[in-house]
Design a binder for this molecule. Structure first.
Ligand SMILES: NC(=O)c1ccc[n+]([C@@H]2O[C@H](COP(=O)([O-])OP(=O)(O)OC[C@H]3O[C@@H](n4cnc5c(N)ncnc54)[C@H](OP(=O)(O)O)[C@@H]3O)[C@@H](O)[C@H]2O)c1
Length: 335
């Protein structure tokens, strides 16, 4: 008789309006059948919650499909193979996948990515050496960030932002960051080596940015949009570059938000603004893992994370992203 495993999982119960709340989600159980030929059974150890998932909870077309109502959510996870009927994976192998928000799953090798067990904590493969770290790395390539550039990073104490700042320092930039608490500002200055960091909640961003960068900035790394993008447009130098990475200030908005009132700066200062989707860079994953993995192993790059324990707290962890509850990568520990 085949053994059927029981896996807890989080499903989308209803589409959030505004900021998501617990009633939009359902903690349920499902049966996981043993792996068939060319499949592996994986037990998740850590899963990722990310701001982009909020967009997938809405109906309508975007660059990734919407989550289906009543179905288990998806997202990054790192797990251990516990049974394999594929020659590509053995029990004990550590893999990343997009089968997060659940405890166990069965998948084909093409949907699993092997990562070294030696790099600890294993959750680093969701943070500095995972999707968010790769976003930071790709973004610096996208606008060719180089030594001497003055770069301003918003959402700087989050998963993407803190790695972006550390990589920019390694490239020889002057790095300015903004984040939403005293503790985060301290983290940026003292642990990540930012030259200047400020709390965007303590006064208009444009005023604080002008003090931080009296001669202007060359690059703006936008994780936030809204007022922060407007401030950066005011402070960018001629031929400045903008990395359009995220716009978390409007992810829960119930109606379209106005664009920056000073967009005309793009013309007068001959600015370049480039959009980034990290998935487009997957063919360069080996290069990223080699370079950034090397910095991590050499102790030149910190992997900061905020860890929440248990799948039953995954929804709180996700909602917490919009409340600034995380320093570094928000991780949910499973098992
Ligand atoms: N383009 C891509 O391929 C790609 C890939 C990954 C991520 N992203 C984007 O990059 C950004 C950062 O993602 P992440 O994974 O690193 O998340 P994160 O920064 O680790 O977490 C979200 C942070 O955003 C800040 N925040 C929340 N609401 C805000 C608001 N209204 N205004 C300003 N800041 C706010 C909070 O920090 P504070 O306490 O500082 O407010 C919170 O900790 C997001 O916009 C995300 O969508 C894009």
């Amino acid at each position: 008789m085949e053994t059927v495993m029981i896996s807890r999982e989080i499903r989308l119960a209803s589409r959030p309006k505004g900021i998501p709340n617990a009633s939009n989600f359902l903690l349920a159980q499902s049966e996981v059948r043993p792996p068939q030929d060319q499949q592996a059974l994986v037990r998740n150890l850590y899963m990722s919650v990310d701001p982009y998932m909020r967009g997938r909870m809405n109906e309508g077309k975007s660059y990734v499909p919407s989550f289906e109502l009543g179905e288990v959510l998806e997202g990054g996870a790192v797990g251990e193979v516990i049974e394999s009927r594929s020659t590509e994976f053995q029990p004990g192998d550590i893999v990343t996948s997009n089968y997060g928000w659940r405890e166990y799953f069965v998948a084909a090798p093409k949907d699993l990515h092997a990562v070294p067990r030696e790099l600890q904590p294993l959750s680093v493969h969701l943070g500095a050496l995972g999707m968010t770290g790769m976003t930071a790395w790709a973004a610096l390539h996208l606008v060719e960030v180089k030594a001497g550039d003055v770069i301003y990073i918003s959402g700087a104490a989050g998963a993407v932002g803190n790695v972006a700042g550390q990589l920019a320092k390694l490239r020889g930039c002057r790095v300015i960051g903004s984040a939403g608490s005293v503790e985060k500002v301290r983290f940026l200055r003292e642990e990540c080596g930012f030259d200047v960091a400020f709390n965007y909640k303590l006064g208009p961003v444009v005023d604080q940015l002008k003090i931080a960068a009296p001669d202007g900035i060359d690059v703006y790394f936008d994780n936030v949009g809204g007022e922060t993008l407007e401030a950066a447009l005011a402070v960018l130098r001629v031929h400045g570059r903008i990395i359009a990475c995220g716009g978390i200030s409007s992810y829960n908005a119930e109606k379209p938000q106005p664009g920056p009132a000073n967009l005309f700066n793009v013309i007068t200062k001959r600015l370049t603004m480039k959009g980034l989707i990290v998935r487009d860079w997957m063919d360069r994953r080996d290069e990223f893992e080699k370079e950034v993995g090397g910095y991590f192993q050499a102790g030149k790059l910190k992997n900061k994370e905020t860890v929440v324990d248990g799948i039953d707290r995954a929804v709180d962890a996700f909602i917490g992203l919009f409340d600034g509850k995380n320093i570094g990568k928000m991780i949910v520990k499973l098992g």
